[in-house]
Write a protein that binds this ligand. Sequence first.
Ligand code: AMP
Ligand code: GLY
Length: 426
Amino acid sequence: MRILLVGAGGREHALAWKLRQSPLIDNLIIAPGNPGTAEEGQNMPITADDIPGLVRLARDQAVDMVVPGPELPLVLGLHDALATEGIPCFGPSAYCARLEGSKVFAKNMMRQADVPTADFRVFEEAFEAKDFVRSAPLPLVVKADGLAAGKGVVVAKTRKEAMAAVEDFMVRRIFGNAGERVVVEEALSGEEASLLAFCDGQSVIPLPSAQDHKPIGENDTGPNTGGMGAYSPAPVLPEPMIADVTSQTITPLIRLLARQGYPFKGVIYAGLMFTPKGPYVLEYNVRFGDPECQPLMMRLKSDLAEIMLACCRGELRKAPVEWSHQTSLCVVLSAPGYPGSYAKGMTVTGIDQAEALPGVKVFQSGTSLQNNGLVSAGGRVLSVTALGESLETARALAYQGADLIHFDGKYLRRDIGAKGLNRPTT
Ligand code: AMP
Ligand code: GLY
């Protein structure tokens, strides 16, 4: 079988690594990929936003399934364009991808599906949003409607901050059209976790829980990033709770989409907050999380290609989906300055030494090859991922691996997994 995987980050390296282990696959193409994915298959220089280019590639290479890693191609309609060519896509239609592409759409769907989520209002005019912000109880959360590279959410403790967010999004348009509308919602508090589920349009099979670490600084301080580390399982969402939480936060949405005539095929990601009143959905993503995907792929025992094909065919119930009981933890190594502007082109060494440790795998995100040597080429450079018997052992191994890798100005958070360690496991 021939598969086209789309994307170029650590998530895609982890997916390529796992897909490569499938006996069903004899050809893996990655567009555009990175030096890590090049070790698992053949990279082709088509970018994730080039929908006609990707469709042409899929057709010319006669692929049996396309697996989009990031949300952008899905929001731009890759699934739908492939459907007209009869090519299966593990990832939802443009309609379903609006769950991630539009916060207004996502919130309205949550309300309609009766999924627990923060109370909210939608505004199309800046003056109306500001009027509301002037008298609403604090803290308040202001969200730009469209895609804003994870930066379109401001949790405002003061009215001044909330006003500034409305001004930035709606008037100054710092994220362009993404700020045409905003969602203003009540602030929730509690611990966060990520719950992902495979979907074939009808059936929903949850993955084990994971927890991301979004802010750049230790103890969750400083600006948000794409994610500085993740681990699975997350003790805040232990295995015995997963079925209930899935039926509260994901299944009603998938049912609603099916009733509307838009079956969701792919993987859905619910960003949850565990409040004193139970789990609330903060957001949906229509893809694997990065870096959550890295530890999840380390724990997946079954054949990923078989699961993905079953999702495309509406036969998920027939596919074995088994997970290792072990814990996996991933530490992201980033370039100095990230998530602001950062340097590139630093020589990266030590990956082989890190991977010589038992249970350690280094997934590449922002890397490129220069004169046959590996250099940094992005903000998040590598994700060092380890599998161990417990959270303690996985964590110790991942940091041992991370410490063997060098590039100028290497930055990492030292507290990945700390929240899980401070909580009793069940
Ligand atoms: P989102 O992109 O909607 O997941 O938001 C990014 C981050 O903002 C989340 O991971 C939370 O830390 C925070 N956040 C979003 N919505 C809320 C909310 N209603 N209350 C408190 N924090 C929130
Ligand atoms: N790790 C968060 C995300 O992928 O959106």
